[in-house]
Design a protein around this ligand. Structure first.
Ligand SMILES: Nc1ncnc2c1ncn2[C@@H]1O[C@H](COP(=O)(O)OP(=O)(O)OP(=O)(O)O)[C@@H](O)[C@H]1O
Length: 253
């Protein structure tokens, strides 16, 4: 089943076509990577998928419903969550609180229940805490639940970002350079973790510069260069694609 279908997506900033007429689709259960040199338009593409930017033209359908141009919060509610290139945790809150915040973005607990501190509110808080702890355990962060997010190592903060995104129970998880700044062992662990998300029914779209990781983990890869899609296919095909090699290494490569 097609989970995400993007047709002719374009984003202009003044005269600059940051994303130029891009088509992309993702099937349920796939791990798809979006790669390309610096400035290729990858993050702009994510920003359109998550409602931060309204596309200049083109359409985005998620589970057969148009989502282009709708606000970020509504997109989370539809089942798309993301992490950011620059870590965006609440550094003066605990690890557990950061995950709970991710949950509240999809919680049925409305303001009234929270204000009145109803029984329903407490029940839901308890359930959320349990689920948050279960999620933290999957990346070895349970014992850090009460630590401030700012006191985690860089690799741990990246993991926490992923857990916070997963807390909203997404069907599609967008990861923007999750391995940036990680050491080789942390990257290896992360790769296994992302692969494991498939078994939980989570589909992944990944922006990543670590080519070893991308080639190992991806079912399919899309390549952007200067906003335009220059290649798509399985890792073995992308590896030997001349346009891709030139985009990364320059003409004559
Ligand atoms: N808000 C904006 N206003 C103007 N130009 C922008 C804006 N956001 C991005 N751009 C430009 O759009 C182009 C694509 O940028 P984008 O950040 O999407 O690339 P990227 O592939 O994610 O790059 P990187 O790998 O370096 O993160 C760049 O030329 C960038 O300067």
């Amino acid at each position: 089943m097609k989970l995400l279908e993007v047709d002719n997506l374009t984003m202009m900033f003044g005269g600059l076509k940051a994303v130029n007429d891009v088509n992309l689709n993702i099937h349920q259960g796939e791990i798809v990577s979006l790669i390309g040199p610096n400035g290729a338009g990858k993050t702009t593409f994510f920003n359109m998928l998550t409602g931060i930017y309204k596309p200049t033209s083109g359409t985005i359908q998620f589970q057969n419903k148009r989502i282009d141009g709708i606000p970020p919060q509504k997109i989370i509610e539809q089942g798309i969550a993301r992490t950011f290139q620059n870590i965006r945790l609440f550094s003066h809150m605990t690890v557990l609180e950061n995950v709970l915040l991710g949950m509240h973005s999809c919680s049925s607990n409305n303001l009234l229940h929270a204000l009145l501190r109803t029984k329903k509110f407490y029940q839901e808080e308890q359930e959320n805490t349990m689920k948050a702890k279960e999620l933290l355990a999957t990346v070895g962060l349970l014992k850090k639940s009460s630590d401030y997010a700012k006191n985690l190592s860089y690799g741990q903060q990246r993991k926490l970002e992923i857990i916070r995104a997963l807390a909203s129970r997404p069907k599609l998880l967008l990861l923007d350079e999750p391995a940036a700044g990680m050491n080789p062992q942390e990257t290896e662990d992360l790769m296994k973790y992302i692969s494991g998300l498939k078994d939980l029914g989570i589909t992944v779209l990944l922006i990543e510069h670590d080519m070893k990781l991308v080639m190992k983990i991806s079912d399919r890869i899309y390549v952007l260069d200067h906003g335009t899609k220059i290649a798509e296919g399985e890792p073995s095909v992308i590896k030997s694609n001349q346009a891709v090699i030139e985009a990364y290494l320059g003409k004559g490569a």
